[in-house]
Structure formats: C-alpha cells, structure tokens
Design a protein around this ligand. Sequence first.
Ligand SMILES: C[S@@+](CC[C@H](N)C(=O)[O-])C[C@H]1O[C@@H](n2cnc3c(N)ncnc32)[C@H](O)[C@@H]1O
Length: 287
Amino acid sequence: MTLPDTVGAAFDEVSRRLSGVGIASARLDARVLMSSVLGVDQATLYGHPERPLSAGEGARLADLVARRRRREPLARILGWREFWSLPMGVTADTFIPRPETETLVEAALDRLPGGNAGISILDLGTGSGCLLLALLSELPAAWGVGVDISAAALATAAANALSLGVAERARFVLADWGSGLRFRFDLIVANPPYVGDGELAGLAPEVAAFEPRQALTGGPDGMDAYRALLPQLCRLLATDGAIFLEIGAGQAAPVAAMIRRHGLQLIDIKRDLSKIERCLVIVPGRR
Ligand SMILES: C[S@@+](CC[C@H](N)C(=O)[O-])C[C@H]1O[C@@H](n2cnc3c(N)ncnc32)[C@H](O)[C@@H]1O
C-alpha cells in the first residue's frame, strides 16, 4: 500500500501501521526508518512535516515498514546498532549488541591500571565483535582476538574492525570457544548464549525469530556454554589477568559455583542499568 506523499502524513501512517501489529515503540521506529530513508536527522523530520516524499522514497519506506511489521529488528533492517557509542554493523548471522553488554566494557576499563601498553584481550563468542572492538577503541596500545563458531559472524566482526580503524590490532579466529588457542590473555570477555530452551517461546519475536539460534540458546537450563567455557579459562588467563563474563538474570549463583570448581575466583558482580546482575568479574584462584 502506498504511503501519503508528505513527511508529516507519512509519519502518522507509518506509526499507525507499526502500532497496529503491537510494536510498542511504533513512533520511535517510524522516525528512525524515515530518517534512514530520507537521509536526514530526526529533528529535520519534525521541523518539516510539509516536505514532499518522492515516489521512490515512499516505496523504499513502505518496504522497510513491511519488514518491521514482520517484527524484524530495527538494527537488522538498518544494518547496524550503536554499541559503546560506536556503529557496529550487524547481519542475519550476528547477534545484535545489547546495551546491558556495555556493563562488561565499563567493568573491564574500570579495572585496568593506568598504563595498558600491549595488553592482550580475548573475546569468546565475539559475534559482531562489539566487546573486543569497544575495548580496542578505548585502549590504543591493546591488541586482541575475537573467537566465534560462526564464520559469517567473524566476517562481520572483521569488517567492523576495519571500519572502526582497529583492524591492525584485531584478529578473528573460527573455533569452539578457546580450543586451539595457546596464549594467556590479560583480559578475557565473553557474552555466551544463556537462554534456557524453555524460555525461548517467551522471547519477543524480534529475538526468537531473528537472532541466530547459536547466539541465544544455552541448552535446557541455559548453562551449557558456561559448562564448556569455564574449564578452558584458567589456561587462557594471564596470572594477573581478569575475566568479565556476562550472565542472564538469576544465573550468578550457579555460574559462581562452577567458577570455584575450575580454579577461578569470583571477586565482583556488576549490575546493569536495570539493576540486574550482569557481569561476573573473575580472577585466577588463590593457590
Ligand atoms: C550472545 S552472542 C554474543 C555476541 C557478542 N559478543 C555480543 O555481546 O553482542 C553469543 C556468541 O557466541 C557464539 N558462539 C556460540 N557457541 C560458540 C562456541 N561453541 N564457540 C565459539 N563461539 C560460540 C555465537 O555464534 C554468538 O556470536
């Protein structure tokens, strides 16, 4: 169906079409989609409701609105999502970076000593590369490795490293977690899949139908990735290094128990902006 031919009327119609399928952020999404198609900022959209919409712009906008009505995430439609104030390219093969994951970046940067010459970073399950690339952008002397089981995700992470100007300090490795790595890192970050199988049906359609399954599911109780990862961390961590591990709501206690069993020590738990325990700070265990 064609859209009205002025910005103001088209905005009202796009908002109506999106709220009609239950999208709570319909007006915000309408603004983002319109400013992307028209190539203008949102203030300009507001200021000029009388601006005409060409037939081509209207057709492109209608196409994006149809995709959003099918609950495709906005970031996927636009092809990028902001993380740590950096634009991260995303595709169908990459998990869309979430704001709560910035808790890990903040915690890692807080813990670093003033100088960080040559610090090494390992990002397990790198996806778009968001964690590694945010840290490299903050730590100009650091270098790092991003690991993923998805070659397609690694291609996106490498493209992001290039566009953010840190490609010379980033390497990407196709592997099952840390298997095959023979180096000890100063900093390890990981946001593994931690949704339990039984929780999948309750997720928003944007997540359940569009995020790569291997980025989401952690088996029956959501803990499979921690079971696979934690035994490897001791041999991958430098003696004075630290690990920043993302967890889902309510997973702190069971993951903490595993940490102790694998020669590691939990020293802090950071909460995200919603006050949910989100990031475990882990160091080598006392000998
Ligand atoms: C929740 S996503 C996190 C992506 C990114 N680090 C972020 O925070 O947005 C989990 C990532 O782990 C990867 N992954 C799943 N199983 C893996 C495995 N066995 N070895 C390495 N990576 C794996 C997925 O492909 C996905 O990219």
